[in-house]
Design a protein around this ligand. Structure first.
Ligand SMILES: Nc1ncnc2c1ncn2[C@@H]1O[C@H](COP(=O)(O)OP(=O)(O)OP(=O)(O)O)[C@@H](O)[C@H]1O
Length: 351
């Protein structure tokens, strides 16, 4: 079953397209990150899913129900959604349990059911012993959890989260990230969250949709986006990939043979012969003593800095493209080095 599906979804603000013919299908039970640079349309997609915006065109299906389409617009409260937005306002005069149970009243549930669901939701977020506390007696991370429990108590089919970790300090972020993953696994609800932070997306999501200018660049598992970026934009955005212009000479069982200046390198990939971009990251480069251009890429150190345990060198290679590589000792600017490409990926390039 699908968690949700967007088809040809379009939304403009004053003539500018925020979401541009977006097509996206996400499996039920996915933990999806909508990722992209500021202004790419992530929040608008979330608001369209929530029913807080009306699209100019396209359809939205949640589960097996069309909630937006020609002549159809299901109101937000009837979409079976939970939402945790950045401004997760809690009622200050109500207890934690009161805040969580508030939305359950008026749903035709018996008092015992409301109490049971409230207890269950608080247990899910690890706050069962704070049910009687007031929001001001809680930490920021705990308040965030109350907001989450409030949404989970409604047992939504889809839980929408707007930058769920953005307002938290680094220590809390790590703890809450693990908790989100556990919650997702336990509730088996489809989670959708918006972030411009690729580390947050990689840490939380089972599936990442990368958007740029209101369009989908790629939707895949984090490992797939990292290893096989479909476009230069995805390569740059995920893991700070650097792109080197290469010529694909041919493929063999062992990978692709590419020419980069004088170097002839063997890299993973399936690109056709012709021009390509070789995406490399610091994790896929190593300093080497090899002299042969078959194995190594010539480069010049631009800067070097200590980074807890190793040095990170900023090296210009090929057509003066800056790449980064770790090494055990400090190197002076201007030093010549040779780099071994241990991992990379070729994206075909229009000639
Ligand atoms: N209510 C609005 N009125 C006018 N323009 C809007 C409105 N909401 C969004 N936009 C515009 O639509 C585009 C996409 O905005 P959106 O907030 O969806 O992007 P985003 O990727 O979530 O960005 P950010 O990470 O900065 O929140 C932007 O150019 C933005 O200025």
């Amino acid at each position: 079953m699908v968690g949700f599906r967007l088809d040809g979804l379009t939304k403009s603000f004053g003539g500018a397209r925020a979401v541009d013919g977006l097509r996206l299908e996400v499996a039920d039970g996915a933990f999806l990150a909508l990722l992209g640079p500021s202004g790419c349309g992530k929040t608008t997609v979330l608001r369209l899913l929530a029913g807080l915006e009306r699209p100019d065109g396209g359809t939205i299906t949640i589960g097996d129900r069309v909630v937006v389409g020609p002549g159809t617009f299901v109101e937000p409260e009837d979409r079976g959604l939970g939402m945790v937005f950045q401004s997760y306002a809690l009622w200050p005069h109500m207890s934690v349990a009161g805040n969580v149970s508030f939305a359950l009243h008026g749903k035709g549930l018996a008092a015992a059911e409301i109490e049971a669901r409230t207890r269950e939701a608080l247990a899910l977020v690890g706050l069962e012993d704070r049910a009687a506390a007031r929001p001001h007696q809680l930490s920021g991370g705990q308040r965030q959890r109350v907001a989450l429990a409030r949404s989970l108590a409604l047992r939504p089919k889809l839980l929408l989260l707007d930058e769920p970790l953005a307002n938290l300090d680094p220590a809390l972020r790590t703890g809450l990230a693990a908790e989100f993953r556990r919650l997702h696994a336990e509730t088996r609800t489809t989670f959708v969250f918006v972030t411009h932070d690729q580390a947050e997306a990689l840490a939380l999501a089972t599936t990442i949709a990368v958007l740029e200018a209101g369009r989908l660049q790629q939707c895949a598992a984090p490992e797939e986006l990292w290893r096989r970026p479909a476009s230069p934009a995805v390569a740059r955005f995920i893991g700070d990939g650097r792109l080197l212009p290469v010529e694909v000479l041919g493929s063999s069982g062992a990978g692709l043979k590419v020419a980069l200046g004088a170097a002839r390198l063997l890299v993973p990939g399936e690109a056709p012969a012709g021009p390509g971009w070789l995406c490399v990251r610091r994790q896929g480069l190593a300093l080497t003593d090899a002299e042969s251009p078959d194995d190594a890429l010539a480069g010049t150190v631009r800067a070097s800095r200590f980074e807890g345990g190793a040095y990170l060198h900023d090296v210009a290679v090929g057509d003066d493209t800056p790449v980064e590589v770790h090494g055990p000792i400090s190197l002076s600017p201007g030093a010549s080095v040779r780099l071994h490409v241990t991992d990379g990926w070729v994206i075909p390039r229009q000639p």
